[in-house]
Design a protein around this ligand. Sequence first.
Ligand SMILES: [Zn+2]
Length: 171
Amino acid sequence: MRYPLFEAVRERFQRACGYCGVTEITVGGELTLDHYRPRAAGGSDDWDNLVYACVRCNQYKGDFWPDSTDLADGRRILHPGVDDIAGHVVTDENTGYLHGLTPTGVFHIALLRLNRSQLVTHRLAQRLQRVFEEKIRLLEQQNAELQKTIAAQERYLALLTAQATGRRPSA
Ligand SMILES: [Zn+2]
């Protein structure tokens, strides 16, 4: 049975896994609803307790829920809709690996196995895609500038030709 909030949560996370970022398109199907606080640990079906998550992240997260000792040591999972992920986790653009900036970030990456090889490859492919898109944008911009220069030169050429032949330019 689909959860009543399935569509709303799906849109909230833009059809991508809240934990690792893979999309429905890259996975080839709908993802799952994760209970941030597992039902086994008393988690509810409330909006803020639901995270759109891929099957793997959901599986690796399992029924983990921190006890007071875990919390004291920073061992908890980051909530992608609530926590400031960038304050805990950084991506190395060159290698595609995630690194923890805090004990919580380190734990989050390890438990969800966010450096699994497929995700690292996925991040590198995405980076390459961004580089291509930026290069295309720059080339399009340069082409537009060059076309303006060509148009200006053509007008100048027409003017000079008209003067040299004693005719008035047609336009
Ligand atoms: Zn995931």
